[in-house]
Write a protein that binds this ligand. Sequence first.
Ligand code: FE
Length: 202
Amino acid sequence: MNAISPITAASDTAPLRDFVTRLAELIDISRHQHEVLATGSALLARLIARDDWLPAAFAVPSPERYQQYLLHCDSRERFSVVSFVWGPGQATPVHDHRVWGLVGVLRGAERVQRYVRLEDGAVVPAGDAVLLEAGKVEAVGPDIGDIHRVANGRDDGPSVSIHVYGGNIGVVERATYATDGTPKRFISGYANTVLPNIWDRS
Ligand code: FE
């Protein structure tokens, strides 16, 4: 009998490596944030146009709450890339980011409701909720609308989205908002302690 254990198929993470390399170059040469958002959106759209590169460990839902897995953080913490994994019915609280963000749906769908903070402090919905299907990209940030609530857009299974932020989002001090607009200090952290190895080219 053959004693050699079967080779576990690993994801080819080259698309993620290519994405973070190009995004770092883009940030190097961009003079304005809108350039990063415009070209970064196109890069993210290309990344999520295929669904064969995300290692399975970073797409595992939890029955407790949505999961935020760090996939990559720039060595100078200029940006981070995470996978959000939503079980059925799971949603974030209403929250802000304090840095620019790009939201791309890899699997399933994500329901996004934007909010605005009025001068009296109230936080109210801005427009209707939008259902982002796989392949779609949306931007958030202090200059373009920074408060939203995100939920799984599917009732019958998990959804996975890839988010990119203009900082190490897990350590950014930001806020969630109660229905009356009261902010609450929020530092998200990450669900994982190890990262995908995107650098092995063997
Ligand atoms: Fe968000």
